[in-house]
Design a protein around this ligand. Structure first.
Ligand code: A3P
Length: 286
C-alpha cells in the first residue's frame, strides 16, 4: 500500500473512516462494560457472518432485526469515526465489532469482565485472497494491482489494520481468558450448527432447536448475499466499483485457486517464521 495512507501507531488506516483522535480516544478513554458483546477479527475472516449470527442469536432467530437494520448499525465498528458515535449512543447491553489489534484495543477491556469477546481467525491465505478481491473493488484506499502486489503488502503488514501475524499472535495470547471465545472461519464452515451452539453457550443464551434452525437459515451465505442489510450494497456508490461484493465465495481453501506454487512457498516460509512456536492445533488449516 503506498505511503499516502496515514499511519496511527505503526498501523495504516484510511483516514476517510478513521481519525487519530478517535483511535486514541477509543484506546485510552472508551470504557468497556461488563455486559458488552464484542466481535473481533482480522479483516476478511468472517466478521460480518459472525455479526449476523450474534444478531440472530440475540433475536432468537427472528430475522426482523437483520432485515431492517444494516450490520454496521447493529454491531458498529468501534474504531471508525461513525461507529464510535453509534456505540457511545447504544443502550445496554451493547453489541459492537472491532478489527483493532490488541495494542490499539480499549485499555479498559483488560480490566473488565466484559461479556464477551469473540475472536474469529481464518487461514491467512484465504483472508489475503478475500482482501485482495475486496480492496480491488472498493475506493477507500489504494487498490492492489495484482495479487502478487497485495501479497507483498500483506506479508509486510503494510495493509489496513497491520500484520495478520501480529494481530493473531496478540489476540491469541488472550485465549485462556474466560471471557474470550476463539473461533475459526473454518470451523464455522465445517460445522456451523455446533459452532453456533458454542456461541450461544458462551453468550449464555438458550435457544430452542427450531430457533437455532432460524439462526442458521438467516445467517447462511445465500440469505446474507441477498439481504441488503448484510451484503454491503447499501454502501454509497462512490465507495465501490463494478463487481464489488462482500459475499464473494464463502469457502475454505480458495487460495489454492489463486496462489502460484512460488507464491505458496514464499508465503509458507514467512508463515513458518512468524508463527514459530504456536501449536498447530490452534489453527484448523494446518
Ligand atoms: P470470501 O471473500 O472468501 O468469499 P469479513 O466479513 O471479515 O469481511 O469477511 C468476508 C468473507 O466472509 C468473505 O469471504 C465472505 O464471502 C465470507 N462470508 C460472509 N458471510 C458468510 C456466510 N454466511 N457464509 C460463509 N462465508 C461468509
Amino acid at each position: 500500500m503506498s505511503d499516502n495512507t496515514p499511519w496511527f501507531e505503526g498501523i495504516k488506516f484510511p483516514m476517510i473512516h478513521f481519525s487519530p483522535e478517535i483511535l486514541r480516544e477509543v484506546r485510552d478513554k472508551f470504557v468497556v462494560k461488563d455486559e458488552d458483546t464484542i466481535t473481533v477479527t482480522y479483516p476478511k475472516s468472517g466478521t460480518n457472518w459472525l455479526i449476523e449470527i450474534v444478531s440472530l442469536i440475540l433475536s432468537k432467530g427472528d430475522p426482523k432485526w437483520v432485515q431492517s437494520v444494516p450490520n454496521w448499525d447493529r454491531s458498529p465498528w468501534i474504531e471508525s469515526t461513525g461507529g464510535y458515535e453509534l456505540v457511545k449512543g447504544q443502550k445496554d447491553p451493547r453489541v459492537y465489532t472491532s478489527h483493532l489489534p490488541l495494542h490499539l484495543f480499549p485499555k479498559s477491556f483488560f480490566s473488565s469482565k466484559a461479556k464477551v469477546m469473540i475472536y474469529c481467525i481464518r487461514n491467512p491465505r484465504d483472508a489475503l485472497v478475500s482482501g485482495y478481491f475486496f480492496l480491488s473493488k472498493i475506493n477507500v484506499t489504494e487498490k492492489p494491482e495484482t495479487l502478487q502486489q497485495y501479497m507483498e503488502w500483506f506479508l509486510q503488514g503494510n495493509v489496513i489494520y497491520g500484520s495478520w501475524f501480529e494481530h493473531v499472535r496478540g489476540w491469541l495470547s488472550m485465549r485462556d481468558m474466560e471471557n474470550v471465545l476463539v473461533l475459526s472461519y473454518e470451523d464455522l464452515i465445517k460445522d456451523t450448527r455446533s459452532t453456533v451452539e458454542k456461541i450461544c453457550q458462551f453468550l449464555g443464551k438458550k435457544l430452542k432447536p427450531e430457533e437455532t434452525d432460524l439462526v442458521l437459515k438467516y445467517s447462511s451465505f445465500q440469505f446474507m448475499k441477498e439481504n441488503e442489510m448484510s451484503n454491503f450494497t447499501l454502501l454509497p456508490h462512490a465507495y465501490t466499483t463494478e463487481g464489488f461484493t462482500l459475499l464473494r465465495k464463502g469457502t475454505v481453501g480458495d487460495w489454492k485457486n489463486h496462489f502460484t506454487v512460488a507464491q505458496a512457498e514464499a508465503f509458507d516460509k514467512i508463515y513458518q517464521e512468524k508463527m514459530a512456536g504456536y501449536p498447530p492445533k490452534l489453527f484448523p488449516w494446518e
